[in-house]
Write a protein that binds this ligand. Structure first.
Ligand code: 6GU
Length: 231
């Protein structure tokens, strides 16, 4: 997969990919990420990428011309599956949509900062608007990093053991069951006996029951339209 990130503050996204699974995914070539700064496409001598909003109001807005030149440049070189704009007004991300995006070949992700981007760029270029939840961040960069992490870890080969993505929370509209490691007895609190039994069928059944119990208790909304788990 190739991801082109459009941001005036690329450092806010880059740091996210310098460790652990994301770093390995990049090093192994499962994904390439390129950063593009609208400031580099500004033609005035101050390289101004943002401006005051018409009609008044606090906060700067990313100007349309540098963004449009940048996007024209990218779109002329490759065919993109989606041009995504990160915004709290977008569709809220969930595991289902993340699964879908993990099959994309080329995507552009536009991060707004301050008050966002000029509406005409949204009208003319953006094909999907994505939010990561009902709260407001100072910019789209951390949201873009989170979106990329969720998508990249699902690309085949990124996780060592692919079953570990299949048993994630939400993958079956269920939260994950509890997990334990050594010691088997921690200050008198024992690991459930079934996990030490070596009986994989019993372990699977126990995990499913715990996942269902967890979900019923904490997120009953996830079970509402899922017949599979309604028992
Ligand atoms: Cl995608 N951007 C910003 N600025 N705030 C958000 C968000 C995105 N998703 C939730 N809050």
């Amino acid at each position: 997969m190739n991801i082109d990130i459009v941001s005036i503050l690329p450092g806010l996204v880059q740091g996210f990919f310098q460790d652990s699974i994301m770093k390995r995914a990049l090093d192994a070539g499962h994904v390439t990420i390129n950063y593009h700064n609208p400031r580099d496409y500004a033609t005035d001598k101050h390289k101004q990428a943002d401006d005051y909003q018409f009609g008044g109001g606090a906060g700067m807005v990313l100007k349309p011309e540098p963004l449009a030149s940048l996007l024209d440049d990218l779109l002329s070189k490759k065919k993109y599956d989606e041009v995504i704009y990160m915004t709290p007004e977008g569709e809220t991300l969930n595991q289902k949509t993340v699964n879908r995006y993990s099959g994309c070949k080329n995507i552009i992700i536009i991060c707004g900062h301050y008050k966002g981007i000029d509406q005409r760029i949204r009208d003319l270029y953006v094909t999907k608007e994505i939010s990561i939840g009902d709260y407001v961040l100072s910019g789209g960069e951390p949201a873009a990093a989170i979106f990329c992490d969720a998508v990249i870890r699902l690309i085949p080969g990124v996780l060592n053991n692919e079953t570990s993505a299949l048993t994630d929370s939400f993958q079956d509209d269920l939260l994950a069951p509890p997990v334990y490691t050594r010691p088997a007895d921690f200050r008198g609190h024992k690991v459930p006996e079934v996990l030490l039994s070596g009986n994989f069928k019993r372990i699977e059944d126990w995990r499913y029951e715990k996942a269902l119990e967890n979900t019923k208790k904490r997120r009953p909304d996830l079970l509402k339209d899922n017949n599979k788990n309604n028992k």
